[in-house]
Design a protein around this ligand. Structure first.
Ligand code: B12
Ligand code: SF4
Ligand code: SF4
Length: 326
């Protein structure tokens, strides 16, 4: 079967899928690279990469014993990114607001279940296992094996036509499908160093194409739950208070996809307050919320979005780092 016949253009558009690919390769191309990276002992809060779950990343059979193949999907957040850039809004990373403001884990899980239904209409016996971010899977490597892109110097998986403003989600399958297997992409960064030079905290190691996680603003603002000091150089950022897109915003491979995209910010009623909350001029509403709400109340306000992850203390730390900038 030609891959193009499996999912209609219509359903892919409806589910925000930029591209998808198929692989039967259970072993990542870069587990050794990953292993060397975790051995650097600068993992900070990213302990979920170094504990017993580390070894499971070696082979997809350790995550899903019935594994025979995988279909990998790239879910777009290009419209939100375009809207934020057009409005010079850089306080939060674009993926955070892209799915109606809802946590992408829930939204993409629902979308992957929809895809599973379509798949089972054509291949009724197929069992699936959803891999979406939290599983012990090297997802960029899986997308690489499915022919969807290469590893940029900023360590993002970059697709030649669609750039890197997308999230990766996959269905691991208990059978092989008669689908075309694309060859893995090769490097298209060439001599470019735009991301390395633009990173305010010097977090990118271009030789290994990995990050120094403790220097990365994304680690600091999303993963650090406690009052710790920010990475040196954060004062050169654009005021990022949750996540960071700087090394993607300067990547030339993201220019054309955004030119083709219509900018939009769509938040559900529950999360409509988010668009006004993050204003780097003062962050006054956010400060009020932090000062006058209990930890529980704070979490309740953000429940269902990605913003409750660092907790109230983590947010105080984020705001303090932005204040230092001004
Ligand atoms: C931990 C984590 C982080 C950490 C560490 C990120 C990092 N670069 O290592 C922090 C908190 C910093 C982070 C930040 C972000 N993250 Co994150 N993160 C993850 C997570 C959970 C694990 C990643 C991991 O294992 N890192 C360890 C490194 C060593 O592995 P790696 O990133 O896969 O890198 C591989 C390549 O570098 C490769 N490689 C490099 N060169 C070469 C050359 C060859 C020839 C080969 C074969 C391989 C190779 O080897 C590495 C090992 O496989 C994944 C989800 C998942 N389960 O995979 C999401 C994920 C990587 N994150 C994602 C996103 C969107 C982000 C942010 C953009 C969010 C934001 N705006 O703040 C930033 C981007 C920062 C950046 N430049 O990477 C997406 C990436 C989508 C994409 N297009 O690549 C993922 C896949 C989540 C998802 N389900 O979509 N993240
Ligand atoms: S996400 Fe930001 S801090 Fe992290 S490597 Fe990219 S530019 Fe640097
Ligand atoms: S900015 Fe340049 S070096 Fe960095 S990932 Fe993009 S193309 Fe590669």
């Amino acid at each position: 079967m030609k891959s193009v016949d499996l999912f209609s253009e219509e359903i892919l558009r409806e589910l925000g899928v930029l591209d998808w690919g198929y692989t039967e390769e259970a072993i990542p191309a870069s587990f050794e690279r990953f292993s060397e990276w975790t051995a650097r002992e600068e993992m900070g809060p990213l302990t979920y990469l170094t504990d017993e779950r580390k070894e499971s990343r070696r082979d997809l059979h350790l995550v899903y014993p019935e594994f025979q193949s995988a279909i990998v999907f790239l879910f777009s957040y290009q419209p939100t990114k375009k809207w934020l850039l057009e409005n010079s809004r850089h306080e939060v990373a674009a993926y955070t607001l892209a799915f109606d403001g809802e946590d992408y884990h829930s939204v993409l899980r629902r979308r992957l279940k929809e895809i599973k239904k379509v798949l089972r209409e054509k291949f009724p016996e197929t069992e699936t296992y959803i891999s979406l971010d939290a599983e012990s899977v090297l997802e960029r490597d899986l997308a690489f094996r499915a022919g969807l892109g290469w590893f940029g110097k900023n360590s993002m998986l970059i697709h030649q036509k669609e750039g890197s403003y997308f999230l990766i989600g996959s269905l691991l399958l208990n059978r092989k499908l008669p689908l075309e297997i694309k060859t893995s992409d090769s490097d298209h960064c060439g001599q470019c160093r735009a991301c390395v030079d633009a990173c305010p905290t010097d977090a990118i190691d271009p030789e290994t194409r990995t990050l120094h996680p403790l220097k990365c603003i994304s680690t600091f603002t999303i993963e650090q739950m406690k009052m710790v000091d920010p990475p040196a150089g954060i004062e050169k950022s654009r005021g990022e208070v949750f996540g960071c897109d700087i090394c993607q915003d300067v990547c030339p491979w993201n220019t054309k996809p955004l030119q083709r995209t219509q900018g939009s910010l769509n938040l559900s009623e529950k999360f409509s307050f988010l668009s006004e909350l993050f204003h780097q001029d003062s962050f006054s509403e956010l400060k009020t919320l932090l000062n006058y709400t209990t930890n529980r109340g704070f979490r309740k306000k953000f429940e269902g979005s990605v913003f409750d992850r660092p907790g109230r203390d983590g947010w105080f730390k984020n705001l303090r780092s932005v204040k230092k900038k001004n």
